[in-house]
Design a binder for this molecule. Structure first.
Ligand SMILES: Nc1ncnc2c1ncn2[C@@H]1O[C@H](COP(=O)(O)OP(=O)(O)OP(=O)(O)O)[C@@H](O)[C@H]1O
Ligand SMILES: [Mg+2]
Length: 249
């Protein structure tokens, strides 16, 4: 299952991604987490230090610092791409880093995309934390995901972004097998109304994560989210979300 987490800035994409990584990898160790946000903080949320990103590999190759005579560009890219993967006991992590610049990196980007796609297919579960907004759709970095989860808070703009992702995906002929919304920091009373509004728009709501003081505290102290106490309200709801996802697949 290839899951991407998207939505407006600051709504809780990284929090949900990190905890999905936790609950899926607690069950099977065959999980790849991809940080696709150039302003990355998924590694921090997971308590992992990334040495090198795909963006760094791209720059090095383009500056010819890593070309080896007698090897094809594809082989060199593959070697260095796989070298960026951070392995933990429970899951692997790959950070995309800076996105492509405006120069024509077409061949390199195309090969990188192919290498990562092929590599990701070797995992049972892949969780991608995307950058805020809709860019990932127009750049087509999420076109192959089968489960798109749009996170929204209870703000009008968060909800509008969820609706726009549905519309833009349709305009771009991107056909997610499943497109869900998760309401975050939801007041139980408000969540019901928002759920109705989203469903009337044809969006399925997968869950509502409550405000969780532990999440705030962990963020403040820099503790990795997978260490949250098991009775943390956000974690409890995300376990249910995982069950709904696997029940639905
Ligand atoms: N359910 C929650 N309860 C309490 N705090 C939360 C909750 N969800 C997210 N937060 C806090 O809200 C802030 C934003 O969350 P997060 O970084 O996950 O959002 P994001 O969508 O990834 O942001 P960005 O668009 O900048 O990548 C963080 O400080 C996080 O700890
Ligand atoms: Mg984030």
């Amino acid at each position: 299952m290839l899951i991407a987490v998207s939505g407006k800035g600051g709504v809780g994409k990284t929090m949900l991604s990190a905890l999905l990584v936790k609950v899926f990898s607690d069950e099977n160790q065959d999980l790849l987490a991809i940080d696709a946000d150039p302003d990355s903080n998924l590694p921090d949320a997971l308590g992992i230090k990334v040495e090198k990103t795909i963006g760094d590999v791209r720059e090095e190759i383009l500056e010819s610092r890593n070309r080896s005579p007698g090897k094809t560009l594809h082989d060199v890219l593959e070697y260095h791409t796989l070298g960026t993967i951070e392995e933990t006991d429970n899951f692997d992590l790959l950070a995309m880093g800076r996105p492509e610049g405006s120069g024509c990196y077409c061949a390199v980007n195309h090969m990188l995309r192919e290498i990562i796609d092929k590599w990701a297919k070797g995992y049972k579960t892949v969780v991608i934390d995307t950058e805020a907004g809709l860019e990932h759709l127009s750049r087509r970095t999420t076109q192959d995901v089968d489960t798109m989860i749009v996170v929204t808070d209870t703000s009008k703009r968060g909800i509008e972004t969820a609706k726009r992702i549905k519309n833009l995906a349709a305009d771009l002929d991107i056909d997610f097998k499943k497109l869900y919304v998760v309401i975050n920091r939801a007041d139980p009373g408000m969540a019901e109304g928002i759920k109705k509004e989203l469903e009337a728009f044809g969006l399925e709501v997968l869950g509502a994560i409550p405000e969780d003081r532990n999440v705030l505290e962990f963020d403040y102290t820099g503790r990795p989210l997978p260490e949250l106490p098991p009775d943390s309200p956000a974690l409890v709801e995300i376990l249910k979300i995982k069950d709904r996802l696997t029940g639905a697949s």
